[in-house]
Design a protein around this ligand. Structure first.
Ligand SMILES: *[C@@H]1O[C@H](CO)[C@@H](O)[C@H](O)[C@H]1NC(C)=O
Ligand SMILES: *[C@@H]1O[C@H](CO)[C@@H](O)[C@H](O)[C@H]1NC(C)=O
Ligand SMILES: *[C@@H]1O[C@H](CO)[C@@H](O)[C@H](O)[C@H]1NC(C)=O
Ligand SMILES: *[C@@H]1O[C@H](CO)[C@@H](O)[C@H](O)[C@H]1NC(C)=O
Ligand SMILES: *[C@@H]1O[C@H](CO)[C@@H](O)[C@H](O)[C@H]1NC(C)=O
Ligand SMILES: *[C@@H]1O[C@H](CO)[C@@H](O)[C@H](O)[C@H]1NC(C)=O
Ligand SMILES: *[C@@H]1O[C@H](CO)[C@@H](O)[C@H](O)[C@H]1NC(C)=O
Ligand SMILES: *[C@@H]1O[C@H](CO)[C@@H](O)[C@H](O)[C@H]1NC(C)=O
Ligand SMILES: CC(=O)N[C@H]1CO[C@H](CO)[C@@H](O)[C@@H]1O
Length: 573
């Protein structure tokens, strides 16, 4: 969750010269990958699910090899980036069982034997902790896997480890940074030294970006999948609230929380999404899913090169706010604008009709009023207490947000008061002074201004399939509405970018080479359509491969393959 943090920090820029922007991506030699059993195999930085599945299928390598290779990659970059906090001690055993099953002809599905990382607020009933980045939950145990983790396992995925996050998914303090937690330290992005990784699914973003697993799961309340996907050159799918179960995921707000994939390609994200969707008696928001469990949309099949043909796509210009002071072209974020115009022309040339200059009249009211804070602040104490009550081991006997605050203020490693808990104070205040009827009033007002007078009204009025924006402007209304968004890589800040630090002053939000994305927004449960549009854009632009991290782990799968054709001497075994 990050209530448009970066938007609050805009107005620092001095003027660029007229040649400040160049849209050219510097061409870089592709990283080479490795030779495995005599066969060339793409680098794990770029390998997609179909590459991995083909390698496993042909017997070039095993899932055990993949776990070993990814583990070494994680450890290579961890001291700098701190993206992965825990490794699953059972991952090799699980991989070996899945390898045996494969040899035996049992393949559970496309994710069979594929390593995936989970944000450290998605619980697993195994040897790993689920901490939300806080010592309050170190040692806590859940009765069973979260529903999304259970579904991944059923689909044959290997849960490789847990990724760092902004503590409590950025719902603790006014004085901390994206990707910082007391248990995990400070995550960094890999596209510029000391890049702000964005958040709160920061470790999931950095890990997927660098190929520390095939993909990861993140969670979002307001921007927490989309923002780190934007900043880490990824495809992030923020699903409709209710499409994926939140059971045994550390909550912020039942009205806005959702779990989704962060991957390197649209198709990989679609594969992972397919594995985790579905109704769940333990999360009754999933009963809103408009299709039965045997009729789940074919998200992978939706990846159609021609999906943009005939599509009607709106551009709600009044949501783009690069202002700060006077002249938007002086903002560090200014390079987003020409890149966005280029993206629109690509959508047009792929056959879409762009309905430009839409104005969403509800947006100004949303900005003036506190509807969203009221909804989220009244949900949090209640939803958190429910999570605590579900624990079967609760080392500090926490039952409420008050208990958590007492713990956080008295446990030195929680770094209080340097890192305050003012978000909780706000939540106490709001929940103490808001009746259920008033909370409902705020929720319905939010739906009206963000929906009828916002996203949904415009989709309907103009018969649109989707709306697009630079991702950093596409987070608020869909968060408030529980509607889906997909972010796809769109570009990066140029070599002469005007650098901008985060509000804390320790990491770069904008710097040369830092990536950014294009977001597709639509109706609730329109993921299938959005995936098609996003795929058609991705296939025509292939931006991800042109934006390269400054820090790349070197271990490739060939370095760990044991047996005939082993690539002796390539790795540092
Ligand atoms: C990554 O680094 C952090 C900080 O030093 C450490 O606590 C964590 O355990 C490391 N992760 C792994 C997988 O070793
Ligand atoms: C292999 O397949 C056979 C028959 O389908 C089954 O009985 C056996 O349990 C399987 N073994 C493993 C290790 O999966
Ligand atoms: C959904 O579940 C929660 C708790 O599990 C319960 O309080 C709520 O009444 C349920 N809502 C509906 C519509 O069933
Ligand atoms: C938690 O409660 C149990 C049982 O009442 C007690 O034994 C334990 O000391 C408590 N732990 C803490 C940290 O308060
Ligand atoms: C914010 O955190 C920094 C570093 O821990 C500390 O120096 C500063 O005093 C804190 N600011 C506030 C307002 O608490
Ligand atoms: C919460 O309310 C108290 C008492 O009115 C006030 O002093 C405090 O500033 C409020 N805190 C926040 C974070 O709103
Ligand atoms: C929103 O909640 C506040 C209390 O926090 C209340 O005063 C206000 O009337 C509510 N607004 C609506 C539109 O219901
Ligand atoms: C949709 O059209 C109606 C009727 O013209 C208008 O009142 C409303 O503001 C429009 N909604 C949006 C979001 O543009
Ligand atoms: C340096 C640091 O904080 N390391 C932590 C990383 O995460 C694991 C698991 O949550 C902790 O045990 C480490 O102490």
């Amino acid at each position: 969750m990050r209530f448009l943090q970066s938007l609050c920090l805009l107005p620092l820029a001095t003027a660029f010269g007229s040649s400040w922007y160049h849209n050219a991506f510097s061409w870089q030699k592709p990283l080479l990958g490795s030779t495995v059993n005599g066969v060339h195999f793409p680098s794990l930085l770029d390998a997609d699910l179909e590459d991995l599945a083909a390698g496993l299928e042909k017997g070039l390598f095993t899932s055990v090899d993949l776990v070993n290779a990814y583990t070494r990659r994680i450890l290579e970059v961890n001291s700098t980036l701190k993206a992965v906090t825990q490794l699953n001690p059972d991952a090799l055993t699980i991989a070996s069982e899945l390898d045996i099953a494969r040899t035996n002809g049992t393949i559970r599905g496309p994710l069979h034997g594929i390593p995936i990382l989970l944000k450290d607020n998605i619980a697993t009933a195994d040897k790993m902790d689920n901490t939300a980045g806080s010592y309050a939950l170190v040692g806590a145990k859940v009765p069973e896997d979260s529903t999304v983790a259970a579904k991944l396992r059923k689909a044959g995925a290997i849960i490789l480890g847990k990724t760092n996050l902004s503590e409590w998914a950025n719902f603790r303090s006014k004085n901390y940074t994206s990707g910082w937690s007391t248990t995990g330290g400070q995550t960094e992005g890999a596209y510029y030294p000391q890049q702000d990784p964005s958040g709160s699914s920061s470790g999931s973003g950095v890990a997927s970006a660098l190929g520390l697993a095939l993909a990861s799961l993140g969670t979002e309340t307001h921007g927490s999948i989309l923002a780190p996907s934007d900043a880490n050159n990824l495809v992030g799918i923020k699903p409709s609230v209710g499409l994926t179960s939140r059971y045994l995921v550390v909550p912020i707000s039942e009205h806005q929380d959702t779990v989704g994939p962060m991957a390197r390609t649209v198709k990989d994200a679609a594969y992972v999404l397919s594995a985790i969707v579905g109704s769940d008696p333990n999360d009754n928001y999933t009963s809103a899913i408009p299709f039965s469990s045997d009729k789940t949309p074919d998200y992978v099949g939706a990846c159609d090169y021609f999906a943009l043909r005939g599509a009607r796509i709106g551009v709600p210009r009044n949501l783009i706010e690069i202002d700060g002071d006077d002249d938007p072209s002086t903002s560090p974020y200014a390079p987003l604008l020409p890149a966005f115009e280029t993206a629109l022309s690509i959508l047009r040339s792929a056959g879409a009709t762009i309905i430009d200059d839409l104005f969403l009249p509800g947006f100004d009211t949303i900005k003036k009023e506190n509807f969203e804070f009221t909804v989220v602040d009244t949900d949090f104490p209640r939803n958190l207490a429910t999570y605590f009550a579900q624990l079967i081991v609760n080392p500090h006997n926490l039952t409420s947000l008050k208990d958590l605050e007492r713990f956080t203020h008295s446990f030195p490693e929680e770094d209080w008061p340097e890192h305050d808990t003012l978000t909780w104070d706000r939540s106490f205040n709001v929940s103490a002074t808001t009746t259920p009827a008033q909370a409902w009033g705020n929720y319905t007002a939010l739906q009206h201004y963000a929906g009828e007078l916002g996203l949904f009204g415009a989709l309907k009025n103009h018969s649109l399939d989707a709306m697009v924006l630079p991702t950093m402007f596409a987070m608020g209304l869909p968060a408030e509405l529980g509607s889906p968004v997909i972010s796809v890589p769109m570009g990066k800040y140029p070599e002469d970018a005007k650098k901008l630090k985060n509000g804390y002053g320790n990491q770069w939000l904008v710097a040369p080479g830092v990536p950014f994305g294009l977001a597709f927004m639509g109706e609730r449960f329109s993921e299938e359509k959005l995936i098609g549009l996003a795929y058609a854009f991705e296939q025509r632009t292939k931006v991800r491969g042109q934006v390269r991290p400054y820090l790349v782990p070197r271990t490739e799968v060939g370095d760990v393959v044991v047996g005939v054709g082993m690539d002796v001497g390539k790795g540092d075994l």
